[in-house]
Design a protein around this ligand. Structure first.
Ligand code: TRH
Length: 374
């Protein structure tokens, strides 16, 4: 089974984050041979430092990573072709797909959404100009969707680290993190956010200590404005009950493990959002902002699913905090209410991950889709 995955890095790390994860998993668990075509290898080096941004072809974790250069060199298409997030395939490649003797399965891997229409569109074909069919493959949270990326040993590895205090301390120390024993450990990965200052003030005035970990990224400007000073990776800052530590951007697997160690994770986009769910810990999602606030509907659609089974107080607290965070509003009242419900939200997060893990993961679902199509 040969696969070609095409990734065009639009901005940020979600496009490469998802496709790199998928490519590795198809190789490791499904016995697939995968070429991952990436137009911007610099983005890959951020989440996978052993990658070479200048290499036209390299092998990483048994994935053949190819630079998708502006000038396309003809290659034999694979059995399954994934264009991630509707990136346009090279015209020559599409021509070679239709010329291939054995038909090629052409898939567009869509963005993740919890909206109900996704179930109706998942797996649908669309006829292309050249007479080929392209299928739309939607990740998702419900049975009628393509599921979520989840490696086979993921939850066992998570449980291993979460259940082993010494290993956790060692892992955190390897990143230069040494939280006080009584501190709540929180990670923060977000876009620019006007709500940050209010939340940090609330944490500084909290009666419980917080150790806040901030990997370098787009939120750093707001953090620095609040702190009134510049902050670089490795630096720490203390205000009242709040310790802030800026971290270098880390490799993807390390970031996963960091999420497992935290009591609360603030995440964004698509991939970190899913990984925070697998961490089985409470999360706050900063959704990728879209024009005309289209993202707010997506945010609500997810909360509608996620909140099922919560008490009305815990649900209200979660919704208020997520709304305040995504709308740049005052965080202090929402944070105070959320804190009251923290225990229930923690057990709910674990249960949510358990329930999601019952379903086939996205890589397995893709392989099944291919088998059904054959
Ligand atoms: O970077 P993002 O904002 O990506 C977004 C989303 O995918 C969004 O849907 C899309 O429309 C937009 O890009 C163009 O957030 P996301 O999806 O969480 O991706 C971040 C990746 O970076 C994820 O794979 C985790 C990884 N990461 C690390 O490897 N190390 C780190 O230190 C951190 C903080 C993240």
């Amino acid at each position: 089974m040969r696969w070609d995955i095409f990734c065009c890095v639009v901005d940020n790390y979600g496009d490469i984050g998802v496709t790199w994860r998928l490519a590795r998993q198809l190789v490791a668990e499904q016995g697939a041979r995968v070429r991952l075509w990436v137009d911007d290898l610099a983005a890959l080096t951020r989440i996978c430092p052993q990658a070479d941004a200048g290499a036209s072809c390299q092998r990483l974790d048994d994935v053949e990573v190819r630079h998708w250069a502006p000038t396309w060199q003809t290659v034999e298409p694979a059995d399954v072709v994934i264009e991630a997030f509707a990136c346009a395939l090279p015209a020559d490649y599409v021509a070679a797909m239709s010329a291939r003797e054995t038909p090629v399965l052409w898939l567009n891997l869509e963005y993740l959404s919890a909206e109900s229409w996704v179930e109706g569109c998942h797996g649908l074909p669309s006829m292309q100009g050249n007479g080929q069919q392209k299928f739309f493959f939607f990740p998702g949270f419900t049975a009628g969707t393509g599921g979520l990326l989840r490696e086979r040993g993921l939850l066992a590895a998570r449980d291993g680290l979460q259940g082993d205090a010494e290993a956790r301390t060692g892992f955190l120390a390897s990143l230069g993190i040494a939280p006080a024993a009584n501190a709540r450990l929180v990670s923060l990965f977000a876009y620019e956010n006007a709500a940050l200052a209010g939340w940090l003030d609330a944490l500084a005035g909290d009666d419980m200590a917080t150790h806040l970990l901030v990997p370098e990224g787009r939120i750093l400007g707001d953090l620095q404005r609040w702190a009134g000073q510049s902050l670089e990776a490795g630096q720490m800052l203390q205000r009242g009950a709040l310790n802030v530590q800026v971290l270098p951007f880390m490799q993807q697997d390390q970031y996963d493990a960091l999420l497992w160690c935290c009591d609360l994770n603030l995440v964004r986009g698509e991939d970190s959002f899913v990984r925070a769910q697998w961490a089985g810990r409470p999360l706050v999602w900063h959704i990728y902002p879209q024009q005309d606030d289209a993202h707010l509907e997506k945010l609500d659609a997810f909360m509608d699913l996620y909140c099922q089974g919560l008490s009305s107080q815990a649900e209200a607290a979660l919704r208020a905090l997520w709304h305040a965070w995504n709308m740049g509003e005052a965080m202090a009242p929402a944070w105070a209410a959320w804190r009251q419900q923290a225990e229930e939200l923690a057990s709910h997060a674990r249960e949510w991950a358990r329930r999601q893990a019952v379903r086939a993961d996205l890589a397995a679902a893709l392989v099944q889709f291919y088998r059904n199509w054959l």
